[in-house]
Design a protein around this ligand. Structure first.
Ligand SMILES: [Zn+2]
Length: 225
């Protein structure tokens, strides 16, 4: 049932107002409606490449395309914070059966540089991470700092992306001996995640599990189980 303005929830995917029964996830007055949720393409179990190697402790939830991408871009670049909460809930839920993730000691997110944080006003990955933190029962900790302000990455290729983030992060002493769940918003080449993981391990982290809300599919990088 579609409501007129003022009732129900506004869907971040189709902008319609829908009743609670037709909303899969709600956040304040926003929602993802059933129809939009069904159009968000879930990651299909293909293994994810991290940097130049496959990695078994790497998880994602959606493909970075179509409706997911539309809702996410409004969140990341236009300040639609509710979209981020809704995507965070949806993406975390898909991993609910990954028992190994409940056994981590804490969760942290890939940090933004001070410049980017000032410009955007929020770290989109931290907002997503709130919902993984809640689902897996993990404390959110600020464990990484971005010390190098990288160029915007969307257009760069794998090699230049890797160089772009080389030595870009430092880790807090608190990582020592911990099993850490590290979250990033979009997995493109995995260079950022790989660099963050190395930084955490070098600082003494016991293990690092990687999660992203979405994955950019590249045919030449994809391999099925
Ligand atoms: Zn919708």
């Amino acid at each position: 049932m579609i409501f007129t303005w003022g009732f129900g929830y506004s869907c971040c995917g189709c902008d319609r107002r829908v009743s609670k029964e037709n909303a899969v996830y709600t956040y304040n007055n926003s929602c993802i409606c059933k129809e939009c949720y069904s159009k968000m393409e879930r990651f299909d179990g293909a293994r994810i490449i991290l940097g130049d190697a496959y990695n078994d402790h790497t998880y994602t939830s959606f493909y970075y395309k179509g409706l997911f991408k539309k809702i996410f871009i409004a969140f990341k670049f236009s300040g639609y914070i509710a979209n981020g909460h809704l995507l965070g809930m949806a993406a975390a839920d898909i991993l609910a059966d990954k028992t190994e993730l409940y056994a981590c000691d804490c969760i942290t997110a890939v940090p933004l540089s001070k410049e980017r944080m000032n410009e955007r006003g929020y770290n989109q990955s931290e907002i997503l991470a709130e919902h993984y933190s809640e689902l897996f029962g993990l404390e959110y900790m600020h464990l990484l700092k971005r010390v190098k302000h990288s160029q915007a990455q969307s257009a760069s290729e794998t090699v230049s992306r890797a160089l772009n983030v080389k030595n870009a992060f430092t880790a807090s002493d608190e990582v020592f001996g911990k099993k850490i769940l590290l979250l990033d918003d979009v997995h493109t080449t995995g260079s950022t995640l790989a660099e963050c993981k190395n930084t955490l391990l070098t600082a003494g982290a016991l293990e690092v599990y990687l999660v992203t809300a979405s994955y950019v599919y590249h045919k030449r990088r994809a391999r099925l189980y």
